[in-house]
Design a binder for this molecule. Structure first.
Ligand SMILES: Nc1ncnc2c1ncn2[C@@H]1O[C@H](COP(=O)(O)OP(=O)(O)OP(=O)(O)O)[C@@H](O)[C@H]1O
Ligand code: SF4
Ligand SMILES: [Mg+2]
Length: 327
């Protein structure tokens, strides 16, 4: 089956006065229909830039540098997202793919009722007022909110309820692809767990595909089928969540997973050092200054994301037979 979303060589950066500083570098990723793909990495590694690039919502000084992104809808239609005009994008966004940006639970307009805000988007997409009300109520039910909430103002809702309203709005046109950035970061653990469960049932009920961006490995473990581990603008490792949690291959994934407390009170070793900013991405393997397994080629030669089998990819010279043979 071809992937629902096929991303090739996607690079995005920040436009400076003289040049562009690359933030996301040549990302290749196939997102399979119906999966929940977690994208995880430390703060500043380029997750939100990648999400906005996929959604064609980069805002200056962010710029798209290169790549191709093909979205293949379940009805057989396909689009090259990078070739679409702004008008086409406005038409397709929400209906076929929708985006829940980082911090969006604070983006509701405080002076408009929730119902007005949800319905405006639906009406802009051609629904009548009655259809928009019905769709909004159905969408609220998906996140366990009652229809009477349509009459509420955002300040009358808790953070968890506002985040649910945002999710309901994003899924109200039943898009095939949902990209959600740090959906539960600002919420308490119980609300976080409930919202992740609701997201999983939205996937099941609507047959949607979800890219879930987070810095929290715990979130990935709770809900994702596969995970792409990002470091300094590149994918370090990609595979099934269980496989990567049980036996991470990339030294960065090993560090991230080793930093998760397993039992209460257990001391954990954090990753030493700090993630580099895009203005200071190291040469060769961008992880090499922090890597406990660094060896000869790592400082100069950038590792490629290579498949070890049909389900597992790692960008590390330790798993590149050609490099290992030369050392
Ligand atoms: N509009 C912008 N202006 C200046 N720098 C930016 C901008 N957008 C991104 N950056 C920089 O690009 C890098 C990647 O940012 P991005 O927001 O994509 O990271 P992230 O992985 O989503 O981080 P977080 O986990 O903190 O949300 C960071 O160093 C950030 O400071
Ligand atoms: S390529 Fe080298 S520096 Fe990079 S993660 Fe692998 S061993 Fe470490
Ligand atoms: Mg972010």
């Amino acid at each position: 089956m071809p992937a629902l979303l096929q991303i090739r060589g996607l690079s995005a950066g920040l436009q400076g006065r003289r040049s562009v500083t690359q933030v996301v570098s040549e990302v290749d990723l196939d997102v399979q229909a119906g999966e929940i793909l977690g994208v995880v990495g430390e703060s500043g590694c380029g997750k939100s830039t990648l999400a906005a690039a996929i959604m064609r919502l980069l805002a200056p000084p962010q710029v798209l540098q290169s790549g191709a992104m093909i979205l293949r809808l379940p009805d057989g239609k396909s689009f090259d997202l990078l070739e679409l005009s702004d008008r086409d994008l406005r038409h397709l966004r929400w209906r076929h793919f929708s985006y829940i940006p980082q911090g969006s639970m604070n983006s509701l307009n405080p002076v408009l009722r929730v119902g007005r805000q949800m319905m405006d988007t639906l009406i802009q997409h051609g629904l009548s007022s009655d259809e928009a009300v019905a769709r909004s109520i159905e969408a609220l039910e998906l996140v366990n909110l009652e229809p009477r909430l349509l009459e509420s103002y955002p300040h009358e809702l808790s953070g968890g309820m506002r985040q649910r309203v945002i999710i309901a709005a994003a899924v109200s046109l039943q898009p095939a692809l949902i990209v959600a950035d740090e959906l539960t970061t600002a919420l308490d653990v119980v609300t976080q767990r409930q919202i992740l469960q609701e997201l999983a049932s939205i996937r099941d009920e609507l047959g949607a595909t979800i890219i879930l961006i987070t810095h929290d490995m715990g979130v990935v473990a709770q809900i994702a089928d596969r995970v792409a581990v990002m470091y300094a603008g590149k994918i370090a490792e990609l595979g099934a969540v269980n496989d990567i949690f049980e036996a991470p291959r990339h030294p960065y994934s090993q560090g991230l997973i080793g930093s998760i407390p397993r039992e209460s009170g257990q001391r954990v070793e954090g990753l030493p050092g700090e993630a580099p900013s895009p203005w200071n991405y190291p040469s060769g393997c961008r992880f090499h200054p922090r890597c406990p397994k660094v060896f000869a080629p790592c400082g100069e030669q950038a590792p490629l994301l290579l498949a070890q089998d049909s389900e597992r990819w790692t960008a590390c010279h330790l798993y590149d037979a050609e490099v290992a043979a030369d050392v």
